[in-house]
Design a protein around this ligand. Structure first.
Ligand code: COA
Length: 142
C-alpha cells in the first residue's frame, strides 16, 4: 500500500504435488478487515491455477478459521498431535474416524475427518489428551 509492505502470503506444493499448502499469511494488524488477506489469497490462487494445481489447503491457526470459511474453504480434517503414550486411547476413542496417522519419535499425529468447525470436539480433545497441537485443516478446490 503506497510502497509499504503490509501483507505476505506463502505457499508450497505438497510432497505428492497434489495441492498447494499455505504455510503463512499475515497482514499488519492495523490493516486487518480491509480485504487485504482475501486479496493475497486470491492472487496466490490465481498463480496456483496458472501452474495447474486444482486444490489449496491450510492448517488454520486457532481463531483464523472463519477467514478461510469466508474465502470458500471447507473444513475437512482435525489434525491432532499428541504424545505417544495417548496413542492407543486416542485410536480407541476415534475408531473408524481416523483418516491418517503419522508416527514421530515421541508424538503421533492423527487426522480425523470432520466437515464443520467442531469447537466442542476440539475442546474435548484438549481436555482429554493434552495435545501439543489441535488444528483444523481446510481445503478449497480451485
Ligand atoms: C488472517 C489475516 C491474514 C486476515 O487478514 P485480513 O486482511 O484482515 O482479512 P480480510 O479483511 O480479507 O477478511 C475477510 C473476512 O474474513 C473474516 N475474518 C478475517 N479476520 C477474522 C478474524 N480475526 N475473526 C473472524 N473473522 C475474520 C471476516 O469475515 C472478513 O470479512 P469482514 O471483515 O467483511 O467481516 C490477518 O488477520 C492476520 O494477519 N492474522 C495474523 C496472522 C495469522 O494468524 N495468519 C493465519 C495463519 S493460518
Amino acid at each position: 500500500m503506497k510502497n509499504k509492505l503490509v501483507g505476505i502470503i506463502f505457499g508450497l506444493p505438497s510432497k505428492d504435488n497434489e495441492e498447494i499448502i499455505i504455510h503463512s499469511i499475515a497482514v499488519l494488524a492495523e490493516y486487518w478487515r480491509r480485504g487485504i488477506g482475501s486479496m493475497l489469497l486470491k492472487k496466490l490462487i490465481q498463480e496456483c491455477q496458472k501452474q495447474g494445481f486444482t486444490r489449496i489447503s491450510v492448517g488454520a491457526a486457532e481463531g483464523v478459521e472463519k477467514f478461510y470459511l469466508k474465502n470458500e474453504f471447507k473444513v475437512c480434517y482435525l489434525r491432532v498431535e499428541i504424545a505417544s503414550k495417548f496413542e492407543k486411547a486416542f485410536e480407541e476413542k476415534f475408531k473408524g474416524k481416523i483418516s491418517q496417522k503419522i508416527k514421530r519419535k515421541n508424538f503421533v499425529t492423527f487426522y480425523i475427518k470432520v466437515n464443520t468447525l467442531n469447537e466442542k470436539l476440539r475442546n474435548k480433545i484438549k481436555r482429554e489428551f493434552s495435545p501439543e497441537k489441535v488444528i483444523f485443516i481446510l481445503e478449497r478446490k480451485i
